[in-house]
Design a protein around this ligand. Structure first.
Ligand SMILES: *Cc1c(COP(=O)(O)O)cnc(C)c1O
Length: 422
């Protein structure tokens, strides 16, 4: 499959007159179509709800679009809760799936009436001391340990992951919570990340549904929802085939009919906390080539760097790159595509075949709509970029301005940089 950007060179040339590169741009049309598909995929489940993982793209304008499709917010920190609160998300519109949680964050989540998803059995007492009486509904995060396998391939390694309760702790935790007056229960697990297979959710669902039936039978707990969390991935590489969310929803439905319905648990709601799947394909990082360097390798120097998109530097992640205006030109030149950080891992691509690039060309770095801007940082004094929304009618809206030096220096209390500058 070829990967085509959702913007053209002509559109970008117009935009840069007002908003210089680099910036992240999001595609409203794509976001809406995908959110609608997810809703359809799980329409068979009466209580279904997607809680968008705010950490993936914490932008209120984008979250507001998702909200039109019924999405709530999955938060994991104080500021993410604040964002949900400011968007007027109420009570069970918010899932609080945190770990190593500070006291004040639990207090805030409880005040908002968010569903609290505990990461550890010791947090039962910790939370109780903060809130006094535990909420009626509580969720626990499950980690079965071992490796998570599909057929013969290992998808991820829960045994090495810091999250969740062990199996035994789930039973013990549910019993303790029931004694403390909790009435309704949720089960949550996130066992593999960026899965590009329609099998992940159905397999995870089977494991969680079986656990739910046992927990219900052995502890008497009323299970209200099962949260399949995030982990449904996207095809970052052009040769990968993307997930079919309708097939995934259908796969989960079959397991639901097989396990939960016969156990008299046909009223359990399915929740998801997708981040990447909701937005990643609908964002590009647009950057301009400002230098070419010919040394031991051929380098393209961009005006964006790893602070705008950390995944390649951090995980060696592949992000497809299109040279705008050269979409159909042959990829017959080999480049390393770099940013300007004083770090040699600041490369968006290593040994990438692209069409012949000239200084001034615009690159669209694909799939930056989730875990892109949000992982940004300020190393080397680099500033965060703007975020723009390409609306369905083709118009453009600034949804976050670029940082300025004043933002960067704003946290010095006793050092007024401006009065010192000549
Ligand atoms: C990161 C995260 C998600 C979203 O993960 P994606 O890979 O973006 O789908 C959901 N839930 C929790 C608790 C997370 O930490």
């Amino acid at each position: 499959m070829s990967k085509r950007p959702f913007v053209t060179k002509e559109q970008i040339e117009k935009i840069v007159k007002e908003y210089p590169t680099p910036f992240h741009i999001y595609d409203e049309k794509g976001i809406r179509e995908n959110a609608e598909k997810l809703r359809q995929a799980f329409a068979w489940n009466k209580g279904f709800r997607e809680y968008f993982a705010v950490k993936a793209t914490p932008n209120p304008f984008l979250i507001d679009i998702l909200r039109e499709y019924g999405c709530g917010c999955d938060c994991s920190s104080q500021t993410e809760l604040m964002l949900a609160d400011a968007l007027n998300m109420k009570g069970e519109d918010i899932m609080f799936s945190s770990n190593d949680t500070p006291r004040e964050e639990y207090a805030y989540a409880a005040k908002l009436g968010a569903i609290i998803n505990l990461d550890d059995i010791t947090h039962i007492d910790y939370l109780e001391k903060i809130v006094g009486k535990l909420p009626e509904t509580m969720s626990c995060r499950y980690n079965p340990g071992g490796v998570f396998q599909i057929s013969n391939s290992i998808m991820d390694n829960p045994g090495e992951s810091k999250y969740g309760f062990t199996t035994q702790q789930m039973f013990e935790g549910f019993r303790i919570l029931r004694k403390k007056g909790v009435k309704y229960f949720g089960i949550h697990a996130f066992l593999a990340s960026n899965t590009v297979t329609n099998e992940y959710y159905p397999l995870l669902a089977r494991e969680l549904f079986e656990l739910a039936v046992r927990l219900h039978k052995e502890t008497g707990a009323t299970i209200r929802f099962i949260n399949l969390s995030g982990g449904v991935g996207i095809p970052y590489r052009p040769e990968e085939e993307g997930n079919d969310i309708l097939a995934i929803g259908e796969g989960v439905r079959r397991v639901y009919e097989e396990i939960l319905v016969p156990a008299g648990m046909g009223d359990v709601a399915i929740y998801t906390e997708l981040g990447r799947f909701m937005l990643a394909p609908y964002g590009h990082l647009i950057t301009r080539v400002i230098h070419e360097k010919h040394t031991h390798k051929e380098y393209l120097g961009c005006d964006a760097c790893a602070v705008n998109l950390m995944r390649p530097a951090m995980y060696g992640a592949y992000h497809h790159i299109t040279v705008l205006g050269k979409e159909d030109a042959p990829c017959d030149h080999l480049y390393d595509v770099t940013g300007s950080l004083c770090e040699n891992n600041d490369k968006f691509a290593i040994d990438r075949m692209l069409p012949a690039v000239e200084i001034g060309d615009y690159l669209a770095i694909h799939d930056t709509g989730a875990h892109g801007f949000s992982m940004g940082y300020n190393y080397n004094g680099k500033l965060r970029s703007a975020e723009l929304l390409l609306k369905e009618d083709g118009s453009m809206r600034l949804i976050r301005r670029a940082e300025t030096p004043a933002d960067y220096f704003a946290t010095f209390d006793c050092f007024d940089i401006h009065s010192r500058l000549v």
